[in-house]
Design a protein around this ligand. Structure first.
Ligand SMILES: *Cc1c(COP(=O)(O)O)cnc(C)c1O
Length: 377
């Protein structure tokens, strides 16, 4: 069994992808070809944003969003310690300081009720707090109504890390439209994944869109060899855009299938008090990049993973080490974030993709619950 089955998906659309690739080979515009703006238009309309800028990866999308605000040394950004490394990496790469706020133990997203206290603590620090990067972890949007209103009061910007949540819904809006700038990723394993690296920035702000587009093209100004900003080479390849256009055709169907898989898991797991399944807040829909559950402790998790492995059922741990405990970030803070630390010891993810069969699903849940039952302290 595959943890994320990209092969079955490919079988269903391989001919169409091949035809798209043929078109690129025919026109030969490998850099900034017509597929780029076609993809940007389609995804901007889907997300409900005025501007979409295709970029080289989700990490570069986050980097460009921070560069758009001229983030640098002396600045600080609030974010979560329970995320993929990119979210924090880009803050540090620009010489700014990440300030962590612990997570909600049931949604795994930044605890929005704790942000205001952290903002007030920051007033005694020498750095200049500039913005907040909430992460829509495992596909579930963070609590943007509260986060955006806190940000407005304190004159902070909000960048949505929607790398895992493309397709998700928060009230009546799509992930990717929930903050000043949003960033998503087309890494192959994400809900909308290409066959290589890719990402996108979304915004309704015309000036931000123009600046990100320039920064992504080496800070390009009025013409190709005039540079008004110090930028990066942050373009998406035309070939990736061509592939993503075909993948996007079946994306809504795939989201529906992911939802069915998630409902199966929740139905079967929630009766067991020892497991915490993700809590989906009212009027929200996850894009189910991952289905994550918490067991009692690390020993029980290791036992369950070993039992499932014997039955050829792959599992994964996102994330075994919170960011503030990563070797690369050990000098950033000596504060503790107890919920992130505890969750990282207990969390595990089960296979999640749109092509899981009913037999596979019942095999996973039955084997999982059996493994829980055979665990001895
Ligand atoms: C995958 C991911 C990224 C980075 O995306 P890439 O396209 O791999 O650079 C950023 N943030 C989060 C939360 C992610 O899961």
């Amino acid at each position: 069994m595959q943890f994320i089955d990209l092969k079955t998906q490919q079988q269903t659309i391989r001919k169409k992808i091949a035809a798209r690739l043929d078109q690129v080979l025919d026109h030969g515009q490998y850099i900034m070809g017509p597929e780029i703006s076609e993809l940007e238009k389609q995804l901007a309309a889907f997300v409900g944003c005025d501007h979409a800028i295709a970029v080289s990866s989700g990490t570069d999308a986050l980097l460009l969003a921070l560069m758009c605000y001229d983030i640098g040394p002396g600045d600080a950004i609030i974010t979560t310690p329970f995320t993929f490394i990119s979210t924090v990496e880009v803050i540090c790469l620009l010489g700014a300081t990440p300030v962590f706020v612990d997570i909600d133990p049931e949604t795994y997203n930044i605890d929005s009720s704790a942000i205001e206290d952290t903002i007030n603590d920051c007033k005694n620090e020498s750095y200049n707090l500039r913005g907040i990067i909430p992460v829509d972890l495992f596909g579930l949007p963070a609590d943007y109504d509260l986060i955006n209103s806190i940000a407005r009061v304190h004159n902070l910007f909000v960048i949505e890390d929607a790398a895992q949540s493309f397709g998700a819904i928060y009230h009546d809006r799509r992930a990717g439209s929930l903050a000043d700038i949003a960033c998503t990723s087309f890494f192959p394993a994400k809900p909308l994944g290409g066959y290589g690296d890719g990402g996108m920035c979304f915004t309704n702000n015309d000036a931000h869109a123009e600046k990100i587009r320039s920064l992504m093209l080496h800070g390009q100004g009025g013409h190709r060899y005039e540079h008004k900003h110090i930028g990066i080479n942050g373009r998406l390849d035309t070939i990736q855009a061509a592939i993503l256009l075909e993948k996007f055709e079946i994306f809504q169907e795939e989201l529906n299938e992911r939802q069915i898989v998630a409902e199966h898991y929740t139905r079967n797991f929630k009766k067991h008090v020892s497991i915490v399944t993700p809590r989906i807040p009212f009027d929200c829909q996850s894009s189910w990049a991952q289905y994550a559950i918490q067991v009692e402790n690390a020993a029980q998790r290791a036992h369950v993973q070993a039992c499932l492995k014997q039955k050829d059922i792959p599992t994964a741990i996102y994330y075994p080490i919170p960011i503030h405990q990563q070797p690369a970030f050990k000098n950033i803070t000596n504060k503790r974030y107890p919920i992130s630390e505890s969750v990282s010891q207990r969390i595990m993810s089960v296979p999640m993709h749109p092509y899981l069969t009913v037999e596979q699903l019942s095999n996973i849940t039955t084997s999982f619950l059996k493994a829980l039952g055979t665990f001895e302290e």
